[in-house]
Design a protein around this ligand. Structure first.
Ligand code: ATP
Length: 515
C-alpha cells in the first residue's frame, strides 16, 4: 500500500514538474478538486479526445458529433431526474470531522472481500498448476464461497436500501460491518444524508427576475434534447449515435484523488439510439467495442475489468463500468449504460414536444431506446499518465524516469537536438524542425549535455530524439533515438518523417481497435 501511495505521489509531482497539470489558481493556494492542464497536459488531453472522437465519429458512418451549450433550460434537469435524484449519500465522522460517501465506504469494504477471495484463488492456482480449475474452485472452496457471497449480500443490501431511500439501513450496514474512518479508525458516525451534486447559478441582470440555472452535471442531456434536430437535419436512420465531448460540473462530496474526481471535468459521451427490444444487443456490442478501444493503447489487458452494476440508476435497465487499475486500485473509468427510453420520454412529457422517431421500414412511430458510453477525459488522462510513468534501472545500475506514453498520444513526437551549440549544427536542427513541424509537434533543445537532454525528453514522454552531429554536415544523416528501448539508429534526414509517422499515426493505432 505504501508503495502505491508513493507511486501516486510521484504521478502528481511529475505532472506538475513536467508541465502537465497544475492546481487551479495555485497562487491563491488552489481550489479543491479543480486543476489546470499545462503546456504538455493540454496536448495529451487533446490527443486523447481526438483518439476517442475519430474512433467514434470518423470510424462510424452512423455516429455524428454535437457541441451543445453547458447552460441549458432548467427544466432539462427536472426531466432528467437530476433535481430530485442526483444525490450522493454522505456520512460524517464525528471525531475526525471528515466527510465520506457512504456507498463508497461500503463498496471499499466489499472490494476487500473480493481481494481476499482473489488471493485464495491465486494461491490455489500456484499450488495446483495446470490442473487448476477456476470455476470448480470458486464454487467449492469454503473460504472463497464465503467471501464472495458476503460481498454479494452486502452490495445487494446497499442497493436495496439506497433504492428505497432507506438511509438508516445504510448507516446500520456501516455499523454492522464495523467500517471505520479510513484515515483515523474512528467508528463514531453521523446519520447518512443525501446531498445534491449540481452547481447552481443564475441567468439575468437583476436579482428579482434572474432565472435559476445549473451547470450541466453530464453532457448527455444536451444530446437528448437535440435528438430530433440531429435526426431530421442529418436524415439519420436508427440505429444511430450522437457523440459529444465537453465540460461537466459536480459538487463532489469527497474529492481527494487528484484528477480522478474533480468538480469541473470533461466527459466524452455517445448516445446510441436503437429500436426498443434491440438494446441488449447494442449494449453488448458497445461493451466490447469500448474495451477494445482502451486495449488498443497497450496499457495492459490485466489493468482493465468489467464491473456489472447491482444498483441500477433510475434510468437504466443494464449498466457496467470499465474499471482501470489506477495507482489506488481498480476504479471506474468508463460507464456503459442501457438507458431505456427514460430520457426521451421524460423530455417529451416535460416539454410537451414529441420526441419520437418515425421508422419508415415498420411504418410506425416509437420512442427509441438508448445505449450510452460515457468516459471521463480526465480519468483517461490519469489512467494513461499513471500507467506510463516508470522508474527504470539500467544495465549500468543507474536509473532513469521515463514516461512511456502511447506514442499516438504523446504531446511532442520528436525533439531535435544539436550535439553542440556551434559549428552550424543548430542551423541544421532548425531546418529539420521546419520540415517536420507541418506533420508533428516537434521541439528544439540545445541546453545541457546531450545525455541530460535525452533524460529530460524521456521524462516528458517524447517518443523520439533526433540528434544532429558533425557527420550530419557531411552526409545528411542523423541519429534517431527511441524513448522506450533507448536504441539509436543512424538514418538520413529524408527518412525521418516516415519513421515518426509509422509510430505515431492515429490510423495505425486505431486499426488495433478492430478485432
Ligand atoms: P463515480 O461513481 O466514480 O462517481 P459516476 O458513476 O457518477 O462516477 P457517470 O455519471 O457514469 O460517473 O459519468 C461517466 C464518467 O464520467 C465516469 O466513468 C468518469 O470517467 C467520469 N466522471 C464522473 N464524475 C467525475 C468526476 N467528478 N471527475 C472526473 N471524472 C468524472
Amino acid at each position: 500500500m505504501a508503495k502505491q501511495e508513493d507511486l501516486f505521489k510521484n504521478v502528481v509531482s511529475h505532472a506538475k514538474e513536467y508541465g502537465y497539470i497544475f492546481p487551479s489558481s495555485e497562487i491563491y493556494d488552489g481550489l479543491s478538486a479543480v486543476y489546470d492542464y499545462a503546456q504538455n497536459g493540454v496536448e495529451l488531453k487533446k490527443n486523447i479526445r481526438e483518439y476517442w472522437w475519430k474512433s467514434m465519429v470518423q470510424m462510424h458512418e452512423n455516429i455524428v458529433g454535437l457541441d451543445a451549450a453547458i447552460l441549458m433550460h432548467p427544466t432539462t434537469w427536472k426531466a432528467s431526474g437530476h433535481v430530485d435524484a442526483f444525490n450522493d449519500p454522505l456520512i460524517d465522522n464525528k471525531d475526525s470531522k471528515r466527510r465520506y460517501r457512504a456507498d463508497v465506504l461500503i463498496e471499499d469494504y466489499a472490494e476487500k472481500l473480493n481481494q481476499k477471495a482473489e488471493k485464495e484463488i491465486e494461491k490455489a492456482s500456484v499450488r495446483f498448476g495446470e490442473a487448476f480449475n477456476l470455476e470448480e474452485f470458486v464454487t467449492t472452496n469454503a473460504r472463497v464461497v464465503e467471501y464472495l457471497s458476503k460481498k454479494k449480500e452486502i452490495l445487494e443490501r446497499m442497493a436495496r436500501s439506497l433504492g428505497n431511500e432507506d438511509l438508516a439501513d445504510v448507516k446500520a450496514l456501516i455499523e454492522e460491518l464495523e467500517i471505520a474512518d479510513p484515515e483515523t479508525g474512528s467508528r463514531n458516525w453521523t446519520d447518512v444524508k443525501q446531498f445534491n451534486l449540481m452547481f447552481g447559478t443564475k441567468l439575468g441582470a437583476s436579482a428579482e427576475n434572474a432565472m435559476d440555472l445549473y451547470l450541466r452535471p453530464e453532457t448527455a442531456q444536451g444530446i437528448f434534447v437535440n435528438f430530433l434536430n440531429v435526426q431530421k437535419s442529418g436524415r439519420m436512420k436508427i440505429p444511430f449515435g450522437i457523440a459529444q465531448t465537453g465540460k461537466a460540473f459536480r459538487n463532489e462530496i469527497v474529492a481527494r484523488q487528484f484528477i480522478f474526481r474533480m468538480r469541473e471535468f470533461e466527459q466524452m459521451e455517445m448516445q446510441f439510439f436503437v429500436k426498443p427490444g434491440e438494446e441488449m444487443k447494442y449494449y453488448e456490442y458497445w461493451k466490447t467495442t469500448r474495451l477494445n478501444w482502451h486495449l488498443s493503447l497497450g496499457l495492459g489487458k490485466e489493468n482493465y475489468r468489467f464491473h456489472d452494476h447491482e444498483k441500477l440508476a433510475h434510468y437504466a435497465n443494464a449498466a457496467a463500468d470499465i474499471e482501470f487499475n489506477f495507482p489506488f486500485g481498480f476504479k471506474e473509468l468508463e460507464g456503459i449504460h442501457s438507458r431505456t427510453d427514460f430520457d426521451l420520454k421524460a423530455h417529451e412529457e416535460f416539454s410537451g414536444k414529441k420526441m419520437q422517431y418515425f421508422d419508415t421500414e415498420e411504418n410506425k412511430n416509437y420512442t427509441p431506446y438508448v445505449v450510452e458510453t460515457s468516459v471521463g477525459l480526465d480519468r483517461m488522462f490519469l489512467a494513461v499518465f499513471s500507467n506510463s510513468l516508470k522508474e527504470e534501472t539500467l544495465e549500468d545500475g543507474s536509473t532513469r524516469t521515463v514516461l512511456q506514453l502511447p506514442s499516438v498520444l504523446a504531446p511532442t513526437k520528436a525533439a531535435v537536438l544539436p550535439l553542440v551549440k556551434k559549428d552550424g549544427l543548430p542551423e541544421v536542427a532548425r531546418k529539420i524542425i521546419e520540415e517536420l513541424k507541418w506533420d508533428f509537434n516537434v521541439a528544439y533543445d540545445e541546453k545541457d549535455a546531450v545525455g541530460r537532454r535525452y533524460r529530460r525528453q524521456d521524462a516528458l514522454g517524447t517518443p523520439f530524439c533526433i540528434t544532429v552531429d558533425h557527420q550530419t554536415l557531411e552526409d545528411e544523416t542523423v541519429t534517431i533515438r527511441h524513448r522506450d528501448t533507448m536504441k539509436q539508429d543512424r538514418v538520413s534526414i529524408s527518412e525521418l518523417k516516415g519513421i515518426i509517422e509509422n509510430e505515431v499515426s492515429m490510423k495505425n493505432w486505431l486499426m488495433k481497435t478492430k478485432v
